[in-house]
Design a protein around this ligand. Sequence first.
Ligand code: FAD
Length: 470
Amino acid sequence: MSFDLIRDPEILAGYLTDASNVRGHAEALVRPHTAAQIVRIVRHCQETATPLTVTAARTSTTAAPVPQGGWLLSMEALDRIEAIEHDHAIAQGGVRLGALQDAIEARGRLYPPDPTSRRDCTLGASIATNASGARSFRYGPTRPWVTALQVVLPTGELLEVDRDTPVPDGWPLPSWPEPRVKTAAGYAPARTLLDLFIGQEGTLGIITRATVRLTELPASVFALLGFFPSRDAAVAFVQHARASARADPYGPLSPRCLEYLDHHCLALAAGRVGGIPEGARAALFCEQEIYGDEDDHLEAWLGALSDADALIDDTLLANDPPTQARLHALRHAIPAGINERVVHNGMPKVGTDLAVPDDALIEMMEAYEAAPLPHVLFGHVGDNHLHLNLLPRNLDELQQARAYYDELARRAIALGGTVSAEHGIGKLKRHQLAWMVGPQTLAGFHRLKVRLDPAEILGRGNILAPSAGL
Ligand SMILES: Cc1cc2nc3c(=O)[nH]c(=O)nc-3n(C[C@H](O)[C@H](O)[C@H](O)COP(=O)(O)OP(=O)(O)OC[C@H]3O[C@@H](n4cnc5c(N)ncnc54)[C@H](O)[C@@H]3O)c2cc1C
């Protein structure tokens, strides 16, 4: 073998889990430096039917990089930025997304996908999971920003693929009615060969290099936190702002993100940093890129907030350093408060990742709010994609939380939504994906997987259960 296998249990231990806290096991770890080495590793694994799990920064919340035997392949040494031009950038799969974005922004350009984890997670994994973030409301998920990939197939071929690359003969590309919402669940109905490798969760190929499209870096952006007397007032504002952004993406009211905070979030923030107005039952964190005159934007925003009955005098407009610091402290108090509760409870939180069509938003929010145990609700309301965080206090409640999550997933499916808008399926949500796509589509996914990966070595257990006997 022409690659070093690490079998030291102490080193391996650092690679066996992810943000889901599921712990796996593996016989060995490889840390290749080149695509050619990855080719040799993958060929060996396919010939010997050795499961091979790609691991990057392990920020996944779905146990996707957690191995269940076999070998682990770490992308950490493939971390080079190769080129940043006016309209595109090229980087290796293991480069940190935030570092790449900093380098791009230093050249006055923007690569928009912004998962909250972008400082930690890698470019290759963000493509493999079709990651999204707050500003996906304006820019969409990762998929449309990828223009070419270098991929090692599960049989060891090195493929260079762009949007014009033809589909190889006999590849049964998936074709199914994907929900018309932001989604990262299952193999996307592939419009091009390139699409197949975006959102495949490390099961169809290892992304060694990516070319991504860049856009204009906005000259400036303002952020604001608007407080509302009720959830419905906040949603009315969202509907208005969404319609306005769709009608004129460069108009005075054209947010790049619309993020919801429910009254439980506000209570958490009030307890930690104060400054939550009396009477606030919901809040929206929003960002607006400035085109033309800033005053025109401000006038449009304040007018629309006022029309939606926002607590207008309490609106925090982050246009000076003290207000920016206050807004920052308020936003960060919420994850900190949740983590504190989780530690205090000694139980993991159960976080949803569902999205529904526009007209189902209120119904879905009502279902979240009816959760039978402590919770907070926040997230990407512009995309009807909220994260309900259930905070169980004991094992019974943990079970109850998981059962309620399944109930919510069924509700989202019935409303035409998705069981994963951004985090993917991994090993934890396969049952929900099966409910969403049905047995025929699942069989189609399986045919594709086996055609590309006869021994089902790559990312075994992600998206699909392994075939019987494996
Ligand atoms: C606090 C926090 C916030 C988060 N916020 C967001 C968010 O806003 N939006 C969002 O979409 N996600 C979010 N996530 C989830 C996670 O960060 C993303 O899924 C991210 O893309 C994973 O990147 P990673 O480098 O950590 O990959 P890992 O977790 O190591 O791997 C994730 C998956 O990608 C596969 N993979 C990794 N590298 C490659 C490669 N080069 N080629 C092929 N497959 C590969 C792995 O096998 C695995 O299936 C968040 C997670 C945390 C913990």
